[in-house]
Design a protein around this ligand. Sequence first.
Ligand SMILES: Cc1cc2nc3c(=O)[nH]c(=O)nc-3n(C[C@H](O)[C@H](O)[C@H](O)COP(=O)(O)O)c2cc1C
Length: 179
Amino acid sequence: MVNPKLLTISGSLRKGSYNRMLLREAVEAFGPAEVSEADLHLPLYDGDLEEAEGVPEKVQHLARQISEADAVVIAAPEYNKGITGVLKNALDWVSRVPGAAFRNKPVVVISASAGRTGGETAQFMTLSCLTQLQARLLPGTAVLIAGAGDAFDEAGRLKDATSRKFLAARMEALRAEVV
Ligand SMILES: Cc1cc2nc3c(=O)[nH]c(=O)nc-3n(C[C@H](O)[C@H](O)[C@H](O)COP(=O)(O)O)c2cc1C
């Protein structure tokens, strides 16, 4: 059988991002897949820009990546008890592309953050936006990696076995939706 297409979306642009590390764990837990990574270096949503020039090619590319993916995993960092501007901006842009890329798309949202709640508020806000975009949000125990600075080892691997177990369960459920 052909490997499913898995798209990863990090709400952090940082190279050393803990959410990127978490996504790498998620990809491994998902199993064999054709993996692609979203690039959220997008201009800020501006209705005047959209009217004058249309939706930027980078946004159209992202919408195509989402449409063509069998499944999407989003890592949502938390800034000031909310979704990062980077991720919200991307979701706002994608919502402007005709064709509703997220509609019925199986999606799992996970989070890592420095604080004690592991990005729970940001994750909740992300799920709320994705509901508006009609994504198929898979239920399951939330993956919330608190104290992210200490949660990964030097190789960038998630240390806590329980967290790895929860992540594996979410990714197995995501895989079961598409194969
Ligand atoms: C502007 C800003 C606001 C932040 N607010 C929160 C917060 O509300 N809750 C939290 O747990 N961590 C907060 N943090 C810390 C982030 O969790 C931490 O920087 C984390 O590493 C970001 O994710 P990343 O490693 O994927 O980039 C904040 C960081 C920044 C830069």
